[in-house]
Design a protein around this ligand. Structure first.
Ligand code: KG4
Ligand code: ZN
Length: 379
């Protein structure tokens, strides 16, 4: 079976072609991805109408490349999977319309896919070569952290989910992007902040900024009590200390807008920012977000006794988050997306589309009704 999949929910245009050899055995026949991040950079976030225009321009170009490189005739594909939400509706519609035209032209079943289901399944894929999906110990707990979402999701299988908690305001990635903007760093801000935080973490004595930072072996080795006291006094007056939001709440919800505001007020107090201060802010901000994510995730792992923890979405690219999760969350198998599959991509949409289709093949035709749903929820 060959699956053509299309992703246009935000600022990445993705088209890929997956071959299913036998049940759960996949081969990537082609994978094209075009990021608009640079274009949106001046806006500090994704500008929906610009995203729409770029998707419309990119889709036929990427499809053409895919067909040429994979040497597959589109007549030979079996199903077309396309993201229908959540995301920016003008952007979602471009992918849906494109998929509908192809489905009609080649008379192929059209399968609508929930983008977040794609992120969950992304940890089982690869963006090139062959892979097979292992036997998964359900229920899984997924920490989904992207530019638009921060959710803890319990899944009975690949297609049945319950959202345990979600952000009440900004998503984790969005907070990274907004704080990056305050520090005059380009969009997407996550990688920029984490670069600065990493440098700061490496600087001797930074362990005093955040409890998580203090686990670093180098820092431990270089520890000197006297220097610590002297630096701490200096640092307490100068360096930021941001709140860890929602740790006391009894539910699994998150909130990052208070943290963002704390960063803003701190910046106003200490402006103009020098490079050292930018690093200190990035470090303390990253520590605050990561501590919060880990605390809530750990609580859910314990309460629901899950055996598998999935961490996915753009923020799952963050290497410090990965390291801290592995260090602080025990007793579960932890899965992260492979290369190129944390941020938005169409491989994950093809995989989710496959499971959707296999559950009920008769449900899908070339005329499957699809509507873009910006705030689509997992269920
Ligand atoms: O999943 P994604 O590609 O798009 C959405 O569905 O939103 O996630 C993009 C988000 C952006 O907010 C970006 O800043 C964040 O993921 N991100 C990171 C890192 N890499 C990407 N955040 C923190 N650390 C990173 N290394
Ligand atoms: Zn996403």
């Amino acid at each position: 079976m060959k699956i053509l999949s299309i992703e246009t929910s935000c600022d990445e245009t993705g088209i890929s072609l997956l071959l299913v050899n036998k049940k759960n055995d996949f081969k990537v026949l082609g994978n094209e991805l075009s990021s608009q991040a640079k274009m949106h950079s001046p806006y500090g976030g994704v500008f929906p109408n610009l995203a729409k225009r770029e998707h419309i321009k990119n889709l036929p170009i990427l499809l053409d490349k895919l067909v040429k490189k994979s040497k597959i005739d589109l007549k030979d594909i079996d199903i077309i999977a396309v993201t229908y939400g959540p995301g920016l509706e003008p952007a979602l519609w471009t992918g849906i319309t494109f998929a509908q035209e192809l489905a009609k032209k080649y008379k192929k079943p059209l399968v609508p896919v929930n983008h977040m289901e794609g992120h969950i399944i992304s940890v089982f894929g690869k963006n090139t070569g062959s892979f097979s999906i292992p036997k998964v110990k359900f229920p899984t707990l997924s920490l989904l952290v992207s530019g638009g979402h921060t959710e803890l999701v319990l899944s009975k299988d690949f297609l049945s989910h319950k959202i345990l908690g979600a952000t009440l305001d900004d998503a984790a990635g969005e907070a990274f992007d907004k704080v990056a903007r305050m520090l005059s760093l380009p969009y997407p801000g996550g990688p920029e902040i984490s670069k600065l935080a990493k440098e700061a973490r490496r600087i001797k004595n930074n362990f005093v900024f955040g409890s998580l930072g203090s686990h670093d072996d180098d820092e431990q080795r270089n520890f000197s009590a006297e220097k610590f006291r002297a630096d701490r006094n200096k640092i307490i007056d100068t360096y930021p200390s941001f709140p860890r939001p929602m740790l006391k709440s009894k539910n699994y919800n998150f909130s990052f807008s208070g943290l963002k505001t704390a960063v803003l007020y701190f910046i106003r107090k200490v402006e103009p920012l020098d490079e050292e201060m930018k690093k200190a802010i990035a470090l303390e901000f990253e520590n605050a977000v990561i501590e919060t994510l880990i605390y809530k995730t750990n609580k859910a792992v314990e309460e629901y006794k899950t055996k598998t923890l999935i961490v996915a979405g753009g923020v799952a690219n963050n290497q410090f988050l990965r390291k801290e999760i592995k260090k602080n969350i025990k007793g579960v198998e932890i899965l992260f997306p492979g290369k190129g599959l944390s941020t938005d991509n169409s491989i994950m949409i093809g995989l989710a589309g496959y499971f959707q289709y296999m559950k009920n093949p008769k449900k899908y035709t070339s005329k499957t009704k699809i509507k873009a749903i910006g705030n689509l929820k997992l269920k």
